[in-house]
Design a protein around this ligand. Structure first.
Ligand code: PMP
Ligand code: GLN
Length: 377
């Protein structure tokens, strides 16, 4: 059969995790926490199952959860989203992103994205028949050149995808970035897809500038979140999509046919848990401590780094150790030194800045063990 995604490589996350398992390596590759989720949250989920909230949920998600999400955005960003028209619970951010793109990108439409880019955007654009237009971020600090964005816009440009906090660099877009984006999007009447799944993992008193805070963006953006990230339950695959009514209307037409609705007991649990803002507001401090522990332990190693501003990822520059490709080096240290990471060249069209991505959402003992290995390289 003809392939819609002829070049789609196997997910690097699956590949490195499998290699880690095969060689008994410490797995700092795929992004997921190694520690247990909150007891309270797990009890809420168990209780919801035992109370038999086990049938189909409403198509857009439980009202209680939509209301809790709406309140979260109001308190965090002073942005109001109507739970009845502008919020949909999704099966993880991945499904939200795929659905938003299928619903709005037509054959031949161009979609701008920035590399390194998380791996789910490009295939979704291609399945929709759209054309990915990839703009490389400036190195070494992973910033966006907005003049380059202006130059890339054509009469076919339909959407810009942004991801801040950024996977894999941990870079945050600044207020100035958001103003530039807002201006470009409004002037060219573009849809914006804002992937904000690491919204609460922000360090050093920096601020996450949600697209929802900018009126010109809010009225034309899909904003994506993920409870898997925020509550340390990536396997629950539950997230949300926010959008103004006209965009949400189209989103829901596709959502209805892709999953129809998301699993009900988990939504009950999250709706309760989300009512306590401390459950997400503590996340920055929680991960900043892990970042600092890890970086402090490897400060005398041969890896160079700039502390991550956000997310649970840290890039380490290994150019003082070897000039091997990042893929070769990542595999070699998994097999020979029992530590797995993610080579980032796969997200940036082969550009290889000799950096590996390490996920520090790990138990402290694992971070100590990882540092011991890295210090010996
Ligand atoms: N966007 C980014 C930038 C991510 O890193 C991830 C997960 N690693 C997702 C989206 C997908 O989130 P989910 O697991 O909720 O589908
Ligand atoms: N988002 C996770 C990461 O960046 C991976 C999720 C996946 O395995 N698809 O590591």
């Amino acid at each position: 059969t003809r392939s819609k995604l002829p070049e789609n490589p196997r997910s690097i996350f699956a590949e490195m995790t499998q290699l880690a398992i095969q060689h008994g390596a410490l797995n700092m590759s795929q992004g997921f926490p190694s520690f247990p989720a909150s007891q309270e949250l797990k009890e809420l989920a168990s209780q919801a199952i035992l109370e038999d909230h086990n049938q189909y949920a409403p198509m857009t998600g439980l009202l209680a959860l939509r209301v809790a999400i709406s309140q979260m955005f109001e308190s965090q960003h002073q942005a109001f989203y109507d739970p009845n028209q502008e919020i949909c619970v999704t099966a993880g951010a991945t499904q939200g992103i795929f659905t938003a793109i299928q619903a709005t990108v037509f054959k031949g439409d161009e979609v701008i994205l920035f590399t390194p880019a998380y791996d789910c955007y490009e295939p979704a654009i291609k399945v929709a028949g759209g054309i990915p237009v990839k703009i490389p971020m400036r190195l070494p600090d992973f910033t966006i050149d907005w003049d380059q964005v202006r130059d890339a816009i054509t009469s076919k440009t339909k959407m810009i995808i942004i991801n801040s906090p950024h996977n894999p660099s941990g870079k945050l877009m600044t207020h100035e970035d958001m103003l530039q984006l807002e201006k470009i999007a409004v002037e060219n009447d573009l849809i914006v897809l804002s992937d904000e799944v690491y919204e609460f993992m922000v360090f050093d008193d920096l601020e996450h500038r949600s697209a929802s805070r900018y009126p010109g963006l809010k009225e034309r953006s899909f904003v994506m979140g993920s409870f898997g990230k925020t509550f340390h339950v990536t396997g629950w695959k539950t997230g949300f999509c926010l959008a103004p009514p006209e965009l949400m209307k189209e989103f829901l037409k596709v959502h209805q046919q892709v999953v129809f609705c998301v699993n009900q007991p988990i939504q009950h649990a999250i709706a309760h848990y989300l009512k306590q803002p401390q459950h997400y507001l503590d996340l920055g401090e929680f991960y900043q401590r892990k970042r600092d522990l890890f970086l402090n332990l490897i400060k005398d190693s041969r890896f160079q780094f700039t502390p991550s501003e956000s997310t649970y990822f840290q890039l380490l520059d290994y150019s003082d150790i070897t000039d091997e490709s990042d893929l070769a080096f990542a595999k070699a240290i998994t097999v020979n030194h029992k530590i797995a990471s993610i080579p980032i060249s796969v997200f940036m069209q082969g550009r290889d800045p000799k950096m590996l991505r390490f996920c520090f959402a790990k138990e402290d003992e694992e971070l100590v063990a990882a540092a011991k290995i890295l210090n010996e390289l």
